[in-house]
Design a protein around this ligand. Structure first.
Ligand code: NAD
Length: 438
């Protein structure tokens, strides 16, 4: 069975690489020729631990190929995954132009049966739209070819994407008939044999499982952030509360870390898209709507925390450690650092920053080199700074040389927006310490 992946971004590349690691023949296609050129030369365009090794290995073993030629991709493929972006429209709904255009190009080039497997996160009803697009193209071509559509949403997390794909909590497959389900079982035969849980549903249910999962995670984060804000005024400690809550198995301990708000390529856009799906179908998803607003407020609250402690930032140097929306990724999409740094700049702060892998993307998508100072390490960032703000909890920021930091800084403000330091230790070292909700 030959597999193709249309869209070789975070999801497409990881899917392609991992399926080839399962022993399948996989071709990854992308319209971005620069990206494909890099991959052919063995350069991985994204930072994702463990990905380079399996890409190199499977290219060497002749199981993994890269191309920008859709014709070559679709020829001989039985299963074609769609893993293109679904960015938000201005009203928050998901923009389906890449998904439908990918479906269209597959249909224009198919020569026999194809199983269209949609991995992109899409609103309910997209499976049907893909079907209509394919039917129309085949009609225009004057041919009648058999095909099926499956929804197979992806749940991998950036930073642990390879492990997540190889050892998933569940594989969701929304299909309309037994043939499609059987093909999907074959694609994931290793996971099926290893008894990873499979959830077989209809297409609409599979599409909605993805949004419901991400909205629930965003709600959990936002819930603990609001509790943290309450902790700050009543004198409680949010980390103890999270532990006290999380030990209840019905609640669970994950996603209860208070901080500057969620970001990334998925939660912000998927929550907004779910609200928009609710509006489209006339159903109030008011909890998620409020989560979106509360998360925006949380980022700004971090700015207020900094300003109210420092009184003013105009002309003062603020060292920012960590820019990516979470550790172990270079993804800057909707990172809380963008809002926080922008607001500090507006108020006249001078920002010097270091992130272990995200600075290149930050320069490209967030702040130009003449807007903020990008420096080679955390200690250069704090040199002469009035304040230090930890925005992303990279491991190397968990064990800073506190004495050296104090020596290098000219001020004493220490904003730990991820609660990774012990207040007592920092205060004893002479810092004015601010965490979130404790
Ligand atoms: P991405 O932006 O990293 O990659 C998308 C790729 O698709 C790009 O390389 C782009 O050039 C390519 N593309 C666009 N139109 C194309 C076309 N017509 N033909 C071929 N290639 C085309 O996006 P991503 O982060 O991989 O996300 C893809 C989808 O998966 C989204 O719907 C996203 O919500 C979902 N998802 C993402 C993650 C994640 O952690 N990034 C996790 C789960 C699900």
């Amino acid at each position: 069975m030959r597999i193709s992946i249309i869209g070789t971004g975070y999801v497409g590349l990881v899917t392609g690489a991992c399926l080839s690691e399962f022993g399948l023949q996989v071709t990854c296609m992308d319209i971005n020729e620069e990206k494909i050129g890099m991959l052919k030369e063995g350069t991985i365009p994204i930072y994702e631990p463990g990905l380079k090794d399996i890409v190199e290995k499977n290219i060497r073993l002749g199981r993994l190929f890269f191309t920008s030629d859709i014709k070559e991709t679709v020829k001989n493929s039985t299963v074609v995954f769609i893993a293109v972006g679904t960015p938000p429209n201005e009203d928050g709904s998901a923009d389906l132009k890449h998904v439908l255009s990918a479906a269209c190009s597959i249909a224009e080039n198919m020569e026999g049966y194809i199983l269209y497997v949609n991995k992109s996160t899409v609103p309910v009803g997209t499976g049907k739209k893909i079907k209509e697009v394919v039917k129309k193209v085949l009609k225009d071509r004057g041919i009648n070819l058999d095909f099926d559509v499956v929804s197979n949403p992806e749940f991998l997390r950036e930073g642990s994407a390879v492990g997540d794909f190889m050892h998933p909590d569940r594989i969701v497959i929304g299909a309309e008939n037994e043939k499609a389900r059987e093909i999907m079982k074959n694609v994931y035969h290793i996971l099926y044999q290893n008894k990873h849980p499979f959830v077989f549903t209809n297409i609409e249910t599979a599409e909605l499982i993805k949004y419901a999962s991400n909205a629930f995670l965003a709600t959990k984060i936002t819930f603990i952030n609001e509790i943290a804000n309450l902790c700050e005024v009543v004198g409680a400690n949010v980390q103890d509360i999270a532990r006290g809550m999380g030990l209840d198995e019905r609640i669970g301990k994950y996603f209860l870390h208070a901080g500057p708000g969620y970001g990334g390529s998925c939660l912000p856009k998927d929550t907004k898209a779910l609200v928009s799906i609710g509006e489209e179908w006339g159903i109030d998803v008011s909890i998620v709507d409020e989560v979106v607003k509360a998360n925006d407020r949380q980022k700004l609250r971090m700015v207020d925390k900094i300003i109210s402690a420092m009184e003013y930032v105009d002309g003062r140097k603020v060292a920012v450690l960590g820019l990516s929306y979470k550790p172990e990724t270079d993804d800057m999409r909707e990172a809380p650092s963008i809002t926080i740094v922008k607001e500090l700049l507006k108020r006249g702060a001078i920002i010097s920053t270091f992130d272990p892998v995200a600075m290149k993307n930050a320069m490209r998508y967030a702040f130009k080199k003449d807007e903020i100072y990008y420096v080679p390490n955390e200690y250069d960032a704090v040199d002469g700074a009035d304040a230090l703000v930890i925005i992303t909890e990279w491991n190397q920021f968990r064990s800073l040389d506190i004495d050296l930091i104090r020596e290098k800084m000219s001020g004493r403000f220490f904003f730990d927006l991820r609660n990774i330091y012990d207040r007592k230790v920092l205060e004893e070292a002479g810092f004015e310490y601010y965490g979130v909700g404790r």
